[in-house]
Design a protein around this ligand. Structure first.
Ligand SMILES: N[C@@H](CCC[C@H](N)C(=O)O)C(=O)O
Length: 278
């Protein structure tokens, strides 16, 4: 199987061009290629496919083989792949995902995509997407007991579920210990992506993420969008444009409140091309 490993601020996936390749069993393939010792090493697998309703289709899998409905860093890399590898010459493209069609603006420098702005759609705040407290319509700053400690949770879905909690010490957090407790907490029957956030000023936050199905990653695009929305809803940031600082770099997130659309801008990069026997 020919592949390209790519990363969006350190959130790395193995990308397969399914205009040329067929992946019979994506779940098993995702587990195999993601292994950092016995495989290629990645946070998961992303298949770039033809679409009947958009320019391209993105089909993404976490490192444990589970399917993700949407991937913010991944979709920027899809945009770079299709342009840089000559599948399109358009600089405004649509990509079908399991959470709807997304629209992407490509910034090209010296013939290659350097930056991508993604219309991530509307944030979803309904509690049924992020259960936690089922009788409430929204989960904003709600208490949740995790591993014997009370956290305050804000739930935002960006097509995939995110539980956001604000803490004082993001850098010192033992995320390997607490991350899995959130992920498998009974409050989240479909499991959840968890963002641990510190507010730096009225337009900047820093976060670490424990991703459902992949563990700690250097960045999560949907997570950064969810955090920007949660930080505005909680009154922690005043601006509609928020800089989200992640372990792998920064993302600019803009929540257009009038249109209720979230825009994410960030880079995408190729690491290497390769071929692997499955
Ligand atoms: N890294 C991604 C999100 C990937 C999917 C997630 N782990 C899930 O299962 O919902 C991003 O950049 O958004």
């Amino acid at each position: 199987m020919k592949f390209t490993k790519m990363q969006g601020i350190g959130n790395d996936y193995v990308y397969v061009n399914c205009f040329k390749e067929t992946v019979e069993d994506p779940k098993t393939t995702a587990i195999k290629v993601s292994d950092r010792h016995f495989g290629i090493g990645s946070d998961g697998l992303i298949l770039i496919k033809p679409s009947e309703v958009a320019d391209f289709q993105m089909d993404m899998y976490n490192a444990d083989g589970s399917r993700g409905a949407m991937c913010g860093n991944g979709i920027r890399c899809v945009a770079k792949y299709v342009y840089d590898y000559g599948l399109t010459d358009k600089t405004f493209i649509s990509v079908e995902t399991a959470s709807g069609i997304k629209y992407l603006d490509l910034t090209v420098e010296n013939g290659k995509v350097a930056l991508v702005k993604v219309n991530m759609g509307a944030p979803i705040l309904e509690a049924k997407k992020i259960p936690v407290v089922s009788e409430k319509e929204q989960v904003i700053n709600e208490p949740l007991l995790v591993d014997g400690k009370e956290y305050r949770i804000t739930g935002v879905s960006m097509g995939n579920p995110h539980a956001i909690t604000y803490i004082d010490d993001v850098k010192g957090l033992d995320i390997e210990k607490i991350g899995p407790k959130f992920e498998s907490h009974p409050a989240f029957p479909d499991r959840v992506n968890t963002e641990f956030v510190k507010v730096l000023d009225d337009h900047t936050v820093e976060m670490r993420v424990w991703e459902r199905g992949s563990g700690e990653t250097l960045a999560c695009g949907t997570g950064a969008c969810a955090v920007a929305v949660a930080s505005i809803l909680n009154g922690y940031v005043k601006e509609e444009e928020v800089t989200v600082k992640l372990l792998g770099g920064d993302l600019k997130i803009y929540w257009d409140r009038e249109e209720n659309l979230v825009y994410m801008t960030g880079p995408a990069a190729v690491v290497f091309d390769g071929e692997i026997a499955l």
